[in-house]
Design a protein around this ligand. Structure first.
Ligand SMILES: C=CC1=C(C)c2cc3[nH]c(cc4nc(cc5[nH]c(cc1n2)c(C)c5CCC(=O)O)C(CCC(=O)O)=C4C)c(C)c3C=C
Ligand SMILES: [Fe+2]
Ligand SMILES: [Fe+2]
Length: 364
């Protein structure tokens, strides 16, 4: 067990972003990101070919152009907002935790973050993956990399992980506080909750029962033992929690999934299919919330704020208002502080990259 004098460190981990909105840095970022077997989960040779012959020759230039449209003078929005959050959380947890931000891909890297915490004398680690709903390609990849790096030291430190917070009241209240005035100002007649998508294959692989996920149209309508780690079920739970807090009528909101890549089926319904359908149904003033992201980024600002908006207007809608993400909103800072303190139980020893962050290693 840690001694009472052991110093605690909090590693906030988000996905990562390129260093600059130019083709070269975007290519470097995409290469690292899409080389992750939890992101593109095919045979390594197939992944190598897909990356080097299909994705990396063309996509970086197109993505760099998209990044340029949303880049801030301080840098990439994802990094700027995540740093602002980390600074606020550090202030609030001063004396309890040393706080550092790391990115799963790109910089500041997870090894850099862990080294920074160790340099401040930290011997007990808490990791908070900044993804509300858990997925192998986001949460598990971030945890696995953190464990892998921590496990490289001779004396492996103690570590805790803050679980996915898809229905944590602090998270839902914070998003509600951000959204309510925006939705009111926009006089929105409908709210679309657009989550980052995933290949259907990923969902099936994450299903511990092997039979539940995507088996029926209603398999994600309620949280059950069988789907409690299912990204889609967690997304619907987040949407229900937000709709209820915002007082939305059942016919005034729905869920969709964005950002698909490649030709394999991704989780449906697709945002870019739903948008014209909503316009056709008579929705005029649409508000879109993206509650799979806690910081504004390419996927919110460009994909929804620019491209989806254009698509909805072309289909006959009057306005599409993107609800900003949580970024460093005070209610979100409160929620993060609360989740970290709630996770403050006995730590779990790191057993390697496959160790579960949730369940302590059972006694032998
Ligand atoms: C197979 C491809 C992808 C999977 C699976 C995936 C899962 C996933 N991603 C996020 C969060 C973010 N993704 C972002 C960008 C992004 N995502 C993919 C592909 C997959 N994501 C690509 C190729 C890109 C890069 C941009 C592009 O070229 O289109 C971002 C934004 C990063 C930024 O710099 O702003 C975030 C955030 C989650 C949470 C997730 C699993 C649920
Ligand atoms: Fe993504
Ligand atoms: Fe499921």
């Amino acid at each position: 067990m840690p001694t009472p004098t052991s110093k605690r460190g909090l590693l906030l981990v988000n996905l990562g972003t390129p260093d600059a909105p130019q083709t070269g840095p975007v290519r470097r970022y995409l290469r690292e990101f899409l080389n992750d077997p939890r992101v593109i989960d095919i045979h390594p040779l197939g992944r190598w070919a897909l990356l080097n012959f299909i994705i990396l020759p063309m996509r970086p230039a197109k993505s760099a152009e998209a990044y340029r449209k949303i880049w801030m003078k301080e840098g990439s929005p994802l990094l700027v907002y995540s740093q602002a959050l980390a600074a606020q959380v550090a202030e609030r947890l001063a004396g309890e935790y040393e706080v550092v931000l790391a990115m799963r891909y790109g910089s500041p890297s997870i090894p850099d973050g862990i080294a920074a915490l160790k340099a401040r004398g930290v011997s007990e680690f808490t990791v908070l993956p900044l993804y509300p709903q858990e997925a192998a390609s986001s949460t598990a990849s971030s945890l696995a990399r953190t464990y892998e790096v921590l496990a490289q030291s001779w004396d492996v430190p103690f570590v805790r992980a803050v679980p996915a917070f898809f229905e944590h009241p602090g998270f839902l209240d914070a998003f509600t506080a951000v959204a309510r005035p925006v939705i009111d100002d926009a006089r929105a007649d409908y709210v679309l909750f657009s989550f980052h998508g995933l290949p259907e294959r990923h969902m099936r692989k994450s299903d511990p029962t092997g039979t539940h996920c995507l088996s029926t149209a209603s398999c994600c309508d309620a949280m059950t033992d069988a789907n409690r780690h299912c990204y889609r079920a967690q997304s619907y739970a987040t949407a229900r929690g937000l709709a209820q807090r915002l007082g939305l009528p059942a016919e005034g909101w729905s869920v969709s999934f964005q950002s698909r890549l490649g030709r394999t089926p991704w989780v449906k319904p697709y945002t870019d299919v739903v948008l014209p359908e909503l316009a056709k149904k008579g929705v005029k003033r649409l508000a879109v919330m993206c509650p799979a992201f806690v910081a504004d980024c390419l996927e919110t600002l460009e994909e929804i704020g620019l491209r989806a908006r254009e698509q909805f207007l072309e289909a006959g809608g009057e306005s599409l208002t993107l609800v900003p993400s949580l970024n460093a909103h005070p209610a979100w800072v409160d929620a993060v502080v609360r989740m970290v303190r709630e996770s403050d139980g006995p730590p779990t020893a790191v057993a390697g990259p496959l160790a579960s962050a949730r369940e302590p290693i059972p006694p032998r």
